[in-house]
Design a protein around this ligand. Structure first.
Ligand SMILES: Nc1ncnc2c1ncn2[C@@H]1O[C@H](COP(=O)(O)OP(=O)(O)OP(=O)(O)O)[C@@H](O)[C@H]1O
Ligand SMILES: [Mg+2]
Length: 241
């Protein structure tokens, strides 16, 4: 009875979040779109101060839009509305794809990103898009918060599980958020003390997605010499615990 009421309340909350998020998106896109038009000078030249202020409007709009989109996604995963699409794929190729996508940003920062994978295929049966999204979050974080050295993505196939290990040689997860970093909107600052891009939803989404695939995301190690994040997934989604 109580459980049922809780479930109803939860569904209502999700529906509410989705409606609000959706209704916020349209006007936000106008805010961003029209400030962009102003910045491009289509409505007349702006002086430097005007340009600076309109740019702040646009940046804040983009930040808010990112929050809204991620909240929508969280609500979708929670309510089971994001369908799981299971198919067979090569995990080695997936790792290479993720590394390739993040290489330009890493190189811009003078970091290297390397894949350490078996030389042969590692087939798994899971939702490729979701696995990729989790890895993009973990490797993206490693690149974002690392300021020296590099990042490695290691793939290890065990009997019925696959472990993706993302290692970086950055400053480690800030001590004050080590116990809460998987919670929503939990964010630490960058090595230089500034606020990072993003909204602090990446890890909570990664954990939810891993959960929906019968796996987990954990932080086995973090210190001032770097961090290790593990994504462990069942090799075959049908045999998840
Ligand atoms: N590899 C890492 N090294 C150091 N700190 C990290 C690392 N990964 C995550 N963190 C810390 O955990 C916080 C939460 O990470 P999360 O991915 O949820 O948010 P974010 O990256 O700040 O924003 P978003 O993912 O929404 O763009 C980060 O703000 C950062 O302080
Ligand atoms: Mg992140």
């Amino acid at each position: 009875m109580v459980v049922d009421e809780l479930r109803q309340a939860n569904l209502a909350k999700d529906r509410f979040m989705r409606t609000v998020s959706h209704e916020l998106r349209t006007p936000l896109n106008s805010v961003i779109g029209f400030s962009d038009v102003l910045l491009r000078g289509y409505a007349g030249e702006l002086n430097e101060e005007q340009r600076r202020q309109v740019a702040m409007v646009r940046d804040a709009g983009e930040h808010l839009l990112a929050i809204v989109e991620q909240v929508l996604e969280v609500a979708g995963i929670e309510s089971g509305e994001v369908p799981i699409e299971i198919a067979s794929f090569d995990a080695v190729e997936l790792v290479r794809e993720v590394v390739e996508m993040l290489l330009p940003e890493a190189h811009r920062k003078g970091l290297d990103v390397a894949a350490e994978t078996p030389s042969e295929q590692v087939l798994m049966l899971s939702d490729r898009t979701k696995v990729k999204q989790i890895l993009m979050n973990l490797v993206g974080n490693a690149v974002k918060f690392c300021d020296r050295g590099g990042v490695t993505v290691e793939l290890r196939a065990q009997a019925d599980r696959i472990r993706f290990r993302v290692r970086d040689t950055g400053p480690g997860v800030r001590e004050d958020i080590r116990h809460t970093l998987f919670e929503e909107f939990m964010q630490g600052s960058l090595p230089d003390g500034s606020r990072p891009d993003g909204v602090g939803l990446g890890l909570s989404i990664a954990r939810r997605l891993a959960d929906s695939l019968g796996g987990s995301v954990v932080l086995p190690e973090t210190s001032e010499r770097g961090s290790v994040f593990d994504l462990v997934l069942p090799r075959d989604w049908q045999h998840r615990a």
